[in-house]
Design a protein around this ligand. Structure first.
Ligand SMILES: Cc1cc2nc3c(=O)[nH]c(=O)nc-3n(C[C@H](O)[C@H](O)[C@H](O)COP(=O)(O)O)c2cc1C
Length: 214
């Protein structure tokens, strides 16, 4: 099939699942591909200020559900991924990234000094440092988008989830004091045949409302 047709069909097929089939599990090869879509997500300066926490323990899922408006997706999906962001993007975190670049690309760390300085003067010491949490969260949402689209292309269902108490998640997941904070989650798995949302027509504004050309 034409790649455009494939993408179009997948994006029409996907919807935010309300009721998962709790008996169906994503196989490990598919799960590895979904993880890879998260890992390969682009981020500003390539800093990757994220962590993706897969919650497997049923008891923990139940507790998270209780602080997620009791949404059934938390317990009934195959894989539940909590998306966390780096609270403080500091010089040490940027150095970690520079070290990785030097290692992967086999260049001296010193050759990256100018790049490192530019990043620090922007997001650590510059005016953007005041909004660094929002900046980090935005990077995580790019990962969410990558994950949702990849899942759709693979025929894996998903629900992006913001209907949760991030503070309670941080407590339950032991993130307090770790430097990582919950921002959202994604439930992944397979739709239940009786999900009432399955047959709803997609609601999107028309092209003329959302696209402009100047
Ligand atoms: C960031 C974000 C957070 C969302 N949070 C929830 C949620 O907590 N529970 C839920 O059932 N749907 C949630 N949704 C799903 C949206 O309601 C849904 O994507 C939107 O209505 C469009 O419908 P569609 O995804 O089925 O095309 C969320 C979507 C996004 C993008």
């Amino acid at each position: 099939m034409d790649i455009r047709e494939t993408i179009k069909n997948s994006l029409h097929w996907r919807y935010a699942v309300k009721k998962f089939d709790a008996t169906r599990k994503i196989n490990s090869a598919d799960w590895e591909m979904l993880k890879e879509s998260l890992r390969l997500t682009p981020s500003s300066y390539g800093l990757q200020p994220w962590k993706f926490i897969t919650v497997e323990t049923p008891e923990l899922r139940q507790k998270l559900r209780e602080v997620s408006w009791n949404q059934s997706q938390v317990t009934d999906c195959s894989h539940y991924v909590v998306l966390a962001y780096k609270e403080k993007v500091d010089a040490a975190f940027i150095r970690k990234n520079m070290t990785k670049i030097a290692q992967v690309r086999q260049v001296p760390l010193e050759s990256l000094a100018g790049f490192e300085k530019a990043i620090i003067s922007d997001i650590v010491e510059g005016p953007r440092s005041a909004v660094i949490e929002a900046w980090a969260q935005r990077q995580v949402y790019i990962a969410m988008g990558f994950l949702l689209e990849t899942a759709a292309l693979m025929g894996v269902d998903s629900t992006p989830m913001e209907g949760l108490d991030p503070n309670a998640y941080d407590t339950l997941l032991g993130l307090k004091g770790s430097g990582w904070k919950t921002v959202a989650a994604v439930a992944l798995g397979y739709r239940h045949a009786e999900d009432p949302f399955l047959k709803l027509t997609k609601v999107r504004f028309d092209d003329s409302e959302v696209f402009e050309v100047r």
